[in-house]
Design a protein around this ligand. Structure first.
Ligand SMILES: Cc1ncc(C[n+]2csc(CCOP(=O)(O)OP(=O)(O)O)c2C)c(N)n1
Ligand SMILES: [Mg+2]
Length: 276
């Protein structure tokens, strides 16, 4: 069986190379969200280049669209496009691989980047799947800072109203946003209780533990009559102490020394995962 923990560290290395070459990128959130994306794309969802024309495929929206570098690495690993092409073209003038998801690229369902829109759109998508009698599931990943957008909570209410048990939201709960701690900027106390009070089924897991994520997404598939949220408790910058839990790594290009250290740290974690 494929070692998804090691894979997530290898894909983080692709992201670091991409950001170095492109001289831009939301590195901290890419690192925190990687295990969530690997669990979704390699364990949970029935999505790949082979079935993108099948209306019954599961649908995915990266609502925290600034973490597109992580999505590019995962989509490349799924075979949507070559990783070397992304690394050489990302963020260059005229490139298709721009700094936020756009649906002209294969594998991307929705343009995103303006925070607060992914969940409301996914509510419509999930309702549409039900109206069509489809068994497809809809997944959306939001940031915890993103939850300050009021539109998120309109979507939360509507998903509950329409009993969208085919909808699974994930919050990348890394406790940081662009300008510092979420608790200072717009606090997210009792996040689990907030979603539960709106009628959602709530799971709270270590969001950098692939096994825990896989289990949570398996459980979400069994929930009836209500949408599920997975609060994924993550570390921003996960993979190297150079970046971990540091607000100034929200958007940053590593220096030569930082690059060398980060790649080494990721290599060590990848090797450790391989020998676990
Ligand atoms: C509507 C909107 N307002 C502001 C921004 C600018 N912005 C980009 S990333 C970000 C912080 C997001 O924090 P969070 O959702 O916690 O993301 P993560 O920590 O996972 O990177 C902000 C405010 C935006 N993209 N969209
Ligand atoms: Mg955050």
């Amino acid at each position: 069986m494929e070692n998804l923990k090691a894979k997530a560290f290898a894909l983080r290395q692709d992201v670091i190379r991409m950001i170095r070459e492109g001289k831009a990128g939301h590195i901290g959130g890419d690192m925190s969200v990687m295990d969530i994306l690997v669990s979704l794309y390699f364990h949970t969802m029935n999505v790949g280049p082979e079935n993108m024309d099948d209306p019954g495929r599961d649908k995915f929206v990266l609502s925290k669209g600034h973490s597109v570098e992580a999505l590019y690495a995962v989509l490349a690993a799924k075979g949507f496009f070559p990783i070397e092409q992304v690394i050489s073209e990302f963020s260059k003038f005229g490139s298709k691989f721009i700094g936020h998801p756009n649906n002209k690229l294969p594998g991307i369902e929705m343009n995103s980047g303006s925070l607060g829109h992914g969940l409301p759109v996914c509510v419509g998508m999930a309702k549409g799947e039900k109206m069509n009698g489809s068994t497809a599931r809809v997944y959306v990943v939001m940031g915890d800072g993103e939850l300050a957008e009021g539109s998120v909570w309109e979507g939360v209410m509507a998903a509950s109203q329409y009993k969208l048990d085919n909808l699974c939201a994930v919050v990348d709960r890394n406790r940081l946003q662009i300008s510092g701690s979420t608790e200072d900027v717009m606090h997210q106390d009792c996040l689990e209780d907030r979603f539960a009070s709106f009628g959602w089924y709530v799971l709270s897991v270590d969001g950098n533990d692939i096994d825990a994520l896989n289990a949570a997404f398996d459980t979400a598939k069994t929930v009836k009559n209500k949408p599920t949220v997975v609060i994924a408790n993550t570390t921003k910058g996960c993979g190297s102490p150079v970046m971990e839990n540091k607000a100034n790594w929200h958007h940053r290009v590593p220096s030569d020394e930082e690059y060398t250290q980060i790649m080494k740290d990721l290599e060590e974690r990848k090797e450790a995962a391989l020998h676990e």
